[in-house]
Ligand binder design. Structure first.
Ligand code: 5FU
Length: 276
């Protein structure tokens, strides 16, 4: 049975990467495949949104470098919320350099991403050495890496053989690479169909999800949770502005209404997919 037709619980039992296993267990336990992308620039609003959506998500996605008033206490608070509300943390860092540099960017500097993010991501463009560099830091800390196979933006260059090569890079490091940012499940691509690895299970995290809008003025494109999860076999829906609205306009009640709405839409699509 291909991964997208198995339940998250079944997949959690078999997964060998600690971060992916924890994520799948969390999805099953909380009945949610929703990840909220908290793209706001003030620490207080960032934490308030996370506290509000925490009960409804499996994963909080961050861009830690957009916070204007960052300090280390923010990370402590984020970790407390992660424990309190039972979610994992995904820093959407999109590493894109040589192995030695990304290892330093991942472990060091102001943010020390590896010390708090269960999952981070990288572009495939530098080739396999980017995975080797990040793995040197992430594997000992039981982290997981997501490769960017397909982007959601209009005119993205992530097409054709680039996507296939990203999947080949992931297959070469299954202890650390746990999935893809993509718009479709990758086994659906003919050139990538394989039967020799029965236990291969990559999670597909899909950004570009919205129920009320088709896109924004800067090339973002949205599809519904049903299109993404049921029709295209993605596992996690990533939603930003569809849930929190505009940066600087936090309203706890409306954020929770939207988070519940996306949680149900994502979970209903998943139940249909696995025939529950
Ligand atoms: F890799 C990608 C991608 O292909 N599309 C994205 O939109 C990442 N993203 C991120 O998901 C982007 O940087 C935002 O943080 C988030 C989408 O936010 P939105 O408000 O739901 O459009």
């Amino acid at each position: 049975t291909p991964p997208h037709l198995q339940t998250y619980a079944q997949r959690a039992q078999k997964h060998t990467n600690p971060a992916a296993k924890l994520l799948l267990e969390t999805m099953e336990r909380k009945q949610t495949n929703l990840s909220v992308s908290v793209d706001v620039t003030k620490a207080q609003e960032f934490l308030a949104i996370i506290d509000a959506v925490g009960p409804f998500v499996c994963l909080i996605k961050t861009h830690i470098d957009i916070i204007e008033d960052f300090d280390n206490s923010l990370i402590n608070r984020l970790q407390e919320l992660s424990t309190q509300h039972d979610f994992l943390i995904f820093e959407d860092r999109k590493f894109a350099d040589i192995g030695n540099t990304v290892a330093l960017q991942y472990s060091s500097g102001v943010y020390k991403i590896a010390s708090w993010a269960h999952i981070t991501n990288a572009h495939a463009v530098p080739g396999p050495s980017i995975v080797t560099g990040l793995a040197s830091i992430g594997v000992p800390l039981q982290r997981g890496l997501i490769l960017l196979a397909e982007m959601s933006s209009k005119g993205a260059l992530t097409t054709g053989s680039y996507v296939e090569d990203a999947v080949r890079m992931a297959r070469a490091r299954r202890d650390f690479v746990v999935g893809f940012i993509a718009q479709h499940r990758m086994e659906g691509i003919d050139a990538l169909e394989r039967t020799d690895v029965a236990d291969e299970d990559f999670l597909v995290l899909a950004p570009g999800v919205g129920l009320d809008s088709k896109g924004d003025a800067m090339g973002q494109q949205y599809r519904t949770p049903e299109e993404v999860v049921l029709n295209c076999g993605c596992d996690v829906i990533i939603v930003g502005r569809g849930i929190f609205g505009k940066s600087g306009e936090f309203n706890a009640e409306s954020v929770q209404v939207q988070a519940k709405r996306y949680q149900s839409a994502g979970w209903d699509a998943y139940k249909k997919r696995v025939s529950l």
